[in-house]
Design a protein around this ligand. Structure first.
Ligand code: 4NP
Length: 150
């Protein structure tokens, strides 16, 4: 059986595409499926932000084939683990949950590094290139922990 993991941010063009690419690079594709989406509809169908594509490429990860999608209720049935990048998106998803089983699948991604600390992966969209480097490093650490546990 394939274990399915979903990374979630707001636009699905900056943070969650990186989280998808990074975790995928650490797992066996025969056994694991990693996807990403956004809670908003702002960028549906678009490629990841150029700055995310570039930082991923610097670390030998290709995310150019990804296209933005919006989170949907049926994702609770499809995925085993759902990782929002920040508290705002965590709350958005929890509001859509139908029952306790749905809720238990949802965990802040940085809680994998610092349990229950409630830390956000900051939104790098309106910042500079350094923001993307910082986000990449955070997601690299978090995905290392996730891959080790799976
Ligand atoms: P993301 O970043 O949630 O990491 O993809 C954002 C991308 C776009 C917007 C906000 C955040 N936006 O407002 O369009």
């Amino acid at each position: 059986m394939t274990v399915k993991i979903l990374m979630v941010c707001l636009g699905n063009i900056c943070r969650s595409p990186l989280a998808e690419g990074i975790l995928q690079s650490k797992l066996d594709p025969e056994r694991f499926q990693v996807d990403s989406c956004g809670t908003s509809s702002y960028h549906i169908g678009e490629k990841p932000d150029r700055r995310s594509i570039e930082i991923a490429k610097k670390y030998d990860i290709d995310i150019t084939n990804q296209r933005a999608a919006q989170f949907k209720i049926s994702d609770f049935d499809t995925y085993d683990f759902i990782y929002p990048m920040d508290n705002s998106n965590y709350n958005n998803i929890i509001q859509l949950s139908r029952n306790e089983t749905d809720k238990q699948k949802v965990k802040l991604i940085l809680d994998e590094l610092q349990p229950n600390a409630g830390l956000d992966v900051p939104d790098p969209y309106y910042g500079g290139e350094q923001g993307f480097e910082d986000v990449f490093k955070m997601l690299q650490s978090a995905c290392d922990t996730i891959a080790r546990k799976l």
